[in-house]
Design a protein around this ligand. Sequence first.
Ligand code: AMP
Length: 213
Amino acid sequence: MGSPGAGKGTLAARLKALRVEHFSSGDYFRREIERRTPLGRSIEAAMERGELVSDEMTLQLLRQWFWGRPASRGFLLDGFPRTLVQAVNFDEWLDVRQETLTGCLLLELPEEATVERLTGRRVCPRDGRLYHLKSHPPANPGVCDDCGSELVRREDDEESVVRHRHELYLESSRPLIEHYRNQGLLWRFSAEGDPAEVARRVLDRFDLNFIES
Ligand code: AMP
């Protein structure tokens, strides 16, 4: 878990050596939008406003993912559950399959750092590679190092949308944080600093140093 821009996806990529599936609900939604389905169009409208996709639509899609995967394989979830309703439903799915969560990582980033991070973010529309104007610029301004495509800014990375997403996150995450704290599963981390530093904090705390960060 973490506010927008806290680096959930970046951290997940660095924990790849855990050899569990990395599943990002945001990526899953973006693929649904690309497929131009009716559900994809409703999701797109919510995302462009910087709002959460409704619990109903989220659960409808995430159910497909959850029940379609082999029960024996673990997963690293990024972006789901994001509300208490989603978490309660998710607990029920886990119970039915007799699976348990190992922990819930919470990445925390103050609002101003969030704005700086997200408004400077650029993405390659072709291969999804992420850049940042300050901290990770492409070799040639505005174009992807790998494929040469022109980089774009995600519509929900516009400043006013970012502030709205941050505020919404604080509101909606409070009961969710409580939910996992009550289950003794919550692990909090500062998301400030570069990705390697954040990954190191997590690895040290979980004693996962056998994994290359
Ligand atoms: P992310 O890539 O995780 O920043 O997600 C981008 C956007 O997708 C969010 O701002 C939400 O609009 C939507 N989204 C992703 N995951 C969820 C979720 N679990 N529940 C509701 N909306 C979500």
